[in-house]
Design a protein around this ligand. Sequence first.
Ligand code: ZN
Ligand code: ZN
Length: 381
Amino acid sequence: MEKAPINWINMVLFTATPICAVTLVPLYGYFYGYDLYEWLVFVFLMGFCGMSITGGYHRLWSHKTYSAHPFLRFIFAIGGACALQNDILHWSSDHRRHHQYVDNNARDPYFAGRGFWFSHIGWILRKYESHVEDFSNVKDLQKDPIVMWQHRHYLKLVLLTNIGLPAFLGYLHGDIIACLLLGGLLRLVLSQHVTYLINSLAHMWGRQPYSDDCTARDNSLLALITYGEGYHNYHHTFQWDYRNGVKWWHFDPTKWMIKLCSLVGLTKDLKRCTVAQIEKAKLEMQYRLATERCELLDIPENWRKRLELEYEQFLHTLQLWTEHRQAWYEAKGKKIQETLGHWDQLQLQDKYKEMQFSLKVQRRRWQKMLRNLGEPIPNPA
Ligand SMILES: [Zn+2]
Ligand SMILES: [Zn+2]
């Protein structure tokens, strides 16, 4: 089969920068050394680029999971240019297409099924047919003046942020070359490959607790180096949620940054899906896998029936819990408080707490059932 034509600009750029980084950075370090200030410049610019991509390009512009003040959008636009991953318009258009046609060989621009190399960087190095420039899916972004400003001045911004900014920080400190090597070159190569790992590794390595409709995976280790983007199975299942790491303890600095910014008015309308939606997705996935296992292990029919019953009961409890929760939250609202007596309020609270307990028991029983699949079990009731 004939190979796609090479994109020479990208090929030279993505070959030369890593080669220069692995040779020049250690050589300069060996002869002259780097001090704390220069490493801090590296860390600062790494975070600036990384969070501009995850918080800005990805969760704000591509998915509209929240809205942001123009000041923050401007900062993200600068940081995104520094990351040198194309402008917001191109990036978001590609990414929306990735979600819409995920795992479709002909239309997903970085389809992981074509292998690690292709989904990581190969798709940028050649002009593949699956990577089309078509802005029809980003018409909303074309109305954002900051997006269009960055689009028009992208090259200038790239040069200013990648050469001008590290050089200026180096000038302040008295070593321009050290800052250019660490804050410019090494940071550029590393921050690019960190993002690319989401397109490659996060579609190959990890768990699929929410859905296996596509190859996306949850990987906590990957989340550590990708500013929280490693929870990619959750993200592909609930792409409108501003969080990727949904539990409070999931390492997701992008989610924390968006939340912190909302406290000072820089972000608002943070979208999240409900606990019930998440629980339901997990439950459906577990049930399907369990029935598949039953088939595979030739588990008796009465066991499968019991599993089905338990699954339906879990769904029912979840539904009741959602209704009681909503009723209780509404009762806490100001308007209803005025019309609802204190006694009624207490009753709603008690009912909600009861349902919460039932859900907990139900969850425990379900987990136990999954663990003991096929074994002789006592009556779950
Ligand atoms: Zn996405
Ligand atoms: Zn993906």
